[in-house]
Design a protein around this ligand. Structure first.
Ligand code: C2E
Ligand code: MG
Ligand code: MG
Length: 633
């Protein structure tokens, strides 16, 4: 029997181990399982060589001992198969208890196999001249092959059945590894003088190493810190174990280095990284966006670590400690406020990108309520996205009564969306989020298009109506192409511009005023009129009315209702009415719910009344019916 091939295998494995051990590593369960496979395979090859030697010198040593060692080699083959199974189960049964529950079954099976191998006989096949042992055979070998077969079938079965749970790279690597083994043992079975099974095991380990287990894949190349892939895998283990931990994120955007000269930045950055690495009982990860994640297992250490880091950043960095670097800080004392590693990373990205959250502070401590709010926002975002995609956007119309003409002459178009179950969702729930995410542009355009379709289907003058008011969001007002897009839509449906009145708000006039005025000028030239919505909320300022070329001012419901509750508010409103009328503008009073409120508004000379007193916002068909009865006489 030859031992050269096995010796090659041993050398190969030692080289791999050298590389493996030299790398900076992180304690991942899968790496532990990989070491199991490595150990089993290594033991197998060593025992292979050892048993060949012992058989060679069996006359000197002892026949019984030689058989025992040869059988031990067979046992080690089972060890390899078992370790391969365990390597896969780490992914499938992430929870430790479940993993061990499964492994116990296989351990019992292995123990039975080991007993079998030692209990039944093993024979030598001698060369033709009877001088040398060529290979071993007999029941002991068959038991080994049989058991190995059971394990391999089980592995293939799990690879298929649990494929959703196994990392695809691991599946592929394990498949290649098994294939190499099967081909090698088949060859060895046919050509009994080439003993390549051990070597094939070493090749298999190399495949696993190259495909998955090279610790370098967990490192960030530029800094040598662990990368975001490692963070994900490491955090995932904590969630599976249901163990809490703390994360501190330091985000260095360009603004962090604002006052640091270009050439000093690299030095300051290196110094910061070195400092982070020296933090006691903390692991540091870095992602591609130059964000650093410091992970603490224990809350007390975390609190102290955060305190230390923050105070260190109050002094400068670089050669003369003159570089003041100001990162954004995001601290999650309890990472279990989210439920998985995916959500943790998603959440951190979400907060980072939400500039509004950092508008007043550079340090955010995230607790449960903030996370719940985020989940809700995410749901709403999804809701809007789906509503846009599957056209679950609807427009309701709320009639507006003209006190002069004593009938309904206009209406406000108010958006609604439906959720998956078909329930109506009011704009209060989603407008802010649609604005933040930019989806308001699409949503607003859909509303406008639906209004135009409505007017085309039901010409307003048939119902004694003059125009429909459509809300414009701040974001839409600051959108350069708004006027062009809206004119194109009106042309497409042949809607007369006099049928449209666009509502803007004061906040729209402060943000991107120039664009708004440009859009307004273009639309007004086309014939569209404007009104100022939400008057009486926030810091309303009569100057806005002077500045803005609007024809109508809409008194917010809060303003009209305080008129009836508060003596002083009365004077404010009366003065406002006086001034607005003085500017030759008309007024719409919103939120009028009772006959008494209606009469008072009429007496005050308000030209238009909107509110539940007349009607709530109505779906299209109901609104038409309403007009047919209300405006008939
Ligand atoms: P808004 O433009 O001031 O619209 C008036 C709101 O007051 C509507 O709420 C309407 O249903 C409600 N309302 C009217 N009369 C009464 C009343 O007598 N009592 C009470 N309690 N409420 C009354 P809605 O439809 O929930 O809309 C809320 C806000 O959402 C709107 O305030 C507007 O700012 C925004 N919005 C609605 N549709 C759109 C849209 O298509 N685009 C944009 N950008 N914003 C919209
Ligand atoms: Mg409005
Ligand atoms: Mg309003």
């Amino acid at each position: 029997m030859q031992i050269q091939i096995q010796c090659c295998g041993i050398v190969l494995m030692m080289v791999l181990f050298y590389f493996y051990i030299r790398q900076k590593r992180i304690a991942l369960n899968t790496q532990r399982a990989f070491l199991g496979v490595y150990g089993a395979t290594f033991a197998c090859i060593v025992l292979d060589v050892f048993s060949i030697g012992v058989i060679e010198y069996r006359h000197v040593l002892s026949e019984v001992f030689a058989k025992f060692v040869a059988k031990s080699y067979l046992v080690s083959l089972l060890g390899v198969a078992l370790s391969a199974l365990s390597y896969m189960c780490v992914d499938i049964y992430a929870k430790r208890e479940v993993y061990w529950q499964q492994m116990r079954k296989y351990l019992v099976l292995t123990a039975a196999g080991v007993l079998g191998i030692y209990a039944v006989p093993l024979y030598y096949q001698y060369s033709a001249d009877g001088a040398k042992v060529e290979y071993t055979y007999g029941p002991s070998v068959y038991v080994t092959y049989g058991m190995a077969l059971i394990f391999f079938v089980r592995i293939f079965y799990l690879l298929h059945k649990e494929r959703a749970k196994i990392n695809p790279r691991r599946r592929e690597a394990v498949c290649i590894w098994l294939l190499v083994w099967i081909v090698a043992s088949q060859l060895q079975f046919m050509y009994t003088d080439i003993l390549i099974v051990g070597y094939a095991g070493a090749i298999g380990i190399m495949v696993l190493y190259l495909k998955l287990e090279n610790p370098e894949t967990n490192l960030d190349r530029s800094t040598g810190l662990f990368n975001s892939g490692a963070l994900y895998q490491y955090a995932k283990q904590f969630y599976v174990k249901e163990q809490d931990f703390s994360v501190l994120v330091l985000a260095f955007g360009n603004s962090a280095y604002q006052n640091v000269q270009m050439e000093k930045r690299a030095l300051a950055r290196m110094e910061i990284i070195e400092y982070l690495l020296k933090l006691p009982d903390a692991l540091v990860f870095k992602n591609a966006e130059d964000e650093y994640f410091v992970l603490f297992v224990d809350l007390e250490t975390a609190t102290e670590g955060v305190r230390r880091l923050r105070s260190r950043f109050r002094s400068g960095w670089g050669a003369e400690d003159t570089c003041m670097v100001r990162p954004y800080w995001l601290y999650l004392p309890h990472a279990n406020v989210v439920d998985s590693a995916e959500n943790l990373l998603y959440f951190i990205r979400y907060v980072r990108q939400n500039a509004k959250l950092f508008s007043e502070t550079d340090f955010l401590c995230i607790e449960k309520d903030r996370v719940e709010q985020m989940y809700k926002e995410r749901e709403t975002k999804q809701l809007i996205m789906e509503a846009i995609e599957y056209d679950r956007v609807e427009v309701f119309y709320q009639p507006i009564y003209s006190t002069r003409e004593q009938r309904i002459t206009s209406a406000e178009a108010l958006v609604r969306i439906r959720d998956r179950e078909g329930n109506i969702v009011p704009p209060g729930v989603f407008i802010d989020i649609a604005e933040e995410s930019g989806m308001i542009l699409k949503l607003g355009e859909m509303v406008f298009e639906k209004v135009c379709q409505f007017i085309k289907r039901h010409p307003l003058n048939h119902y004694g109506m003059q125009y429909i008011e459509v809300n414009l969001s701040v974001i839409q007002c600051a959108y350069e192409d708004l006027a062009q897009d809206y004119i194109r839509i009106m042309e497409r449906y042949q809607v007369a511009p006099a049928n449209i009145n666009l509502e803007i708000t004061e906040s729209a006039s402060t943000n991107a005023k120039k664009t708004l005025l440009g859009n307004m000028a273009e639309l007004m030239e086309y014939g569209v009129k404007f009104s100022l919505d939400d008057f009486g909320t926030g810091q309303s300022n009569l100057n806005y009315i002077v500045d803005m070329p609007v024809d109508l001012v809409k008194f917010d419901r809060s303003m009209t209702s305080s008129y009836f509750e508060n003596g002083k508010a009365r004077y404010v409103m009366e003065a406002a009415i006086h001034m607005i009328h003085g500017m030759n503008l008309e007024i719409v009073s919103e939120g009028i719910e009772t006959a008494e409120q209606f009469r008072t508004m009429e007496e005050l000379g308000i030209s238009h009344i909107q509110g539940y007193y007349f009607s709530k916002p109505l779906p299209e068909e109901e609104f038409i019916q309403y007009l047919e009865t209300k405006n008939a006489g």
